[in-house]
Design a protein around this ligand. Structure first.
Ligand code: ADP
Length: 269
């Protein structure tokens, strides 16, 4: 039995007529699946040799005084690049995992406010001198996957921190908006020219290569956010002004447990 994939397109006209199209997309789905598997497998296979290389570099650098200075500098450079490659493979594997589970129903109930507190603590530990300010105006839970949501929100928060100066505020605002729950991550950093908006969530797309490379990102952060949003039926919104800052929003459908605004407003815990 061959599994076939069909796409149903519904077009509704103002006069009240409805047109249904059914299109076979089996080939497209298969090619996409092959691409995903290939990227996932290659990333997985590259991890083992990389772990061996990092292990040897660590051993060589345990006693740097015994080595000529030029060797130490070269080995440290290699260690830095190996760490970058490790992050890249980690993000690629994570992205293919999220893509593979797309479409599966999510059963967990995720408390967004608790997730943001968790992230706030992580930020204080990893970005000395910076903090994540919280505006919590909603106590609703989200039906979803905690790990995926945490990775999406932390990517947005780390971007906000990376692309803004020390001392400039980064805010996560969680509130109810009609039938939806909305999370805004706001910064007053470098901002983005709107011409880049359509391509921002593509894998490896960067506004300014030299600046982005120096911030140590992998170029996969927003691609991860886009896929997590899609897997949670959420809309990703981007609003930014060059030189003034950016707001990235995730708008989730409310769960049936939603109890409306609880109003436990809190800023900059
Ligand atoms: P990276 O790892 O390069 O940060 P991302 O996919 O997370 O990759 O982001 C893609 C690009 O979008 C970044 O390289 C950066 O140019 C731009 N960008 C993302 N978030 C922000 C932000 N908050 N402020 C300014 N530019 C941003």
């Amino acid at each position: 039995l061959v599994k076939r994939h069909l796409q149903l397109i519904v077009t509704q006209f103002a006069e009240g007529d409805t047109l249904l199209f059914i299109r076979e997309v089996t080939d497209r789905v298969r090619t996409e699946q092959m691409r995903r598997d290939f990227v996932g497998n290659v990333s997985h296979e590259l991890r083992t040799p990389l772990t061996v290389i990092t292990g040897y570099l660590e051993t060589l650098l345990t006693d740097p005084e015994k080595l000529p200075r030029t060797y130490v500098r070269a080995l440290e450079q290699m260690q830095g690049q190996a760490a970058r490659m490790e992050n890249l493979l980690k993000d690629l594997l994570w992205l293919s995992r999220i893509e593979a589970t797309q479409g599966q129903e999510k059963h967990e109930l995720v408390d967004m406010a608790a997730l943001l507190y968790e992230l706030q603590d992580e930020v204080s530990g990893t970005f000395p001198g910076r903090e994540l300010n919280l505006e919590l105006l909603c106590s609703d839970t989200i039906r979803g996957d905690h790990r995926e949501l945490y990775s999406a929100v932390s990517n947005l928060v780390y971007n906000a921190l990376k692309y803004s100066k020390e001392g400039s505020p980064v805010i996560a605002a969680w509130r109810k908006e009609g039938e939806y729950c909305r999370l805004d991550i706001r910064d007053q950093g470098v901002g983005i020219d709107p011409v880049h908006f359509p391509r921002l969530t593509e894998r490896f797309y960067r506004v300014d290569d030299s600046r982005s490379a120096s911030t140590g990102g992998t170029g996969l952060g927003l691609a991860i956010v886009k896929h997590v949003a899609a897997a949670h039926d959420a809309d990703l919104g981007i609003d930014s002004t060059l030189g003034q800052g950016s707001t990235f929003s995730l708008r989730f459908p409310a769960t049936e447990q939603s109890s409306g605004d609880q109003g436990h407003a809190e800023a900059g815990r």
